[in-house]
Design a protein around this ligand. Sequence first.
Ligand code: K1U
Ligand code: ZN
Length: 173
Amino acid sequence: MAKRPILIHPDPRLKTEAKPVGVISDEVKRLAEDMLETMYDAPGIGLAAPQVGVLSRLLVMDCIKEEDQPPRPMVLINPVVRWTSDETNVYEEGCLSIPEQYAEVERPAEVEVTWMTLDGTEASERFDGLWATCVQHEIDHLDGKLFIDYLKPLRRQMITRKMQKLKREQARA
Ligand code: K1U
Ligand code: ZN
């Protein structure tokens, strides 16, 4: 397993729609392992393949926060949202590609998602709470959408300028 660098917004790869995974090759399995390591190390509760520069429809997540509960690493390949609740939730979201910026985003409170697992079987689950917020945030990444795209243009521009400054400083260091 290896950690991979996380792309920082703005980057054209974060605005591009990712392509479905075809064969679950050793390369895909290695990508999933590396993404889980990268997510836990960050630390984060989710990570989508475009965030590590791979434009494939694969995401990982683990929204277990309690220290006394076992981790639940999940790998979702070609996930599709099949159903969303009318009820919504507002959550203050962050993003590993937009470090230290947080904003409230309103999304469906519950979603039903189907996907392919690493062993090639179909899976389906209804997510709620933080899991529902996270899986929607990560599927947005696969569609080239960031949580700041839900904000008013001025706020989005301010965050983008901060990130451009951060990237200039990182490049100089
Ligand atoms: O996709 C990402 O950039 C990961 C992101 C996922 C996410 C966070 C909040 C709401 C929806 C989706 C993160 O993991 S940001 C870090 C974070 O939220 C966190 C980190 C450590 C402990 C708990 C949360
Ligand atoms: Zn994100």
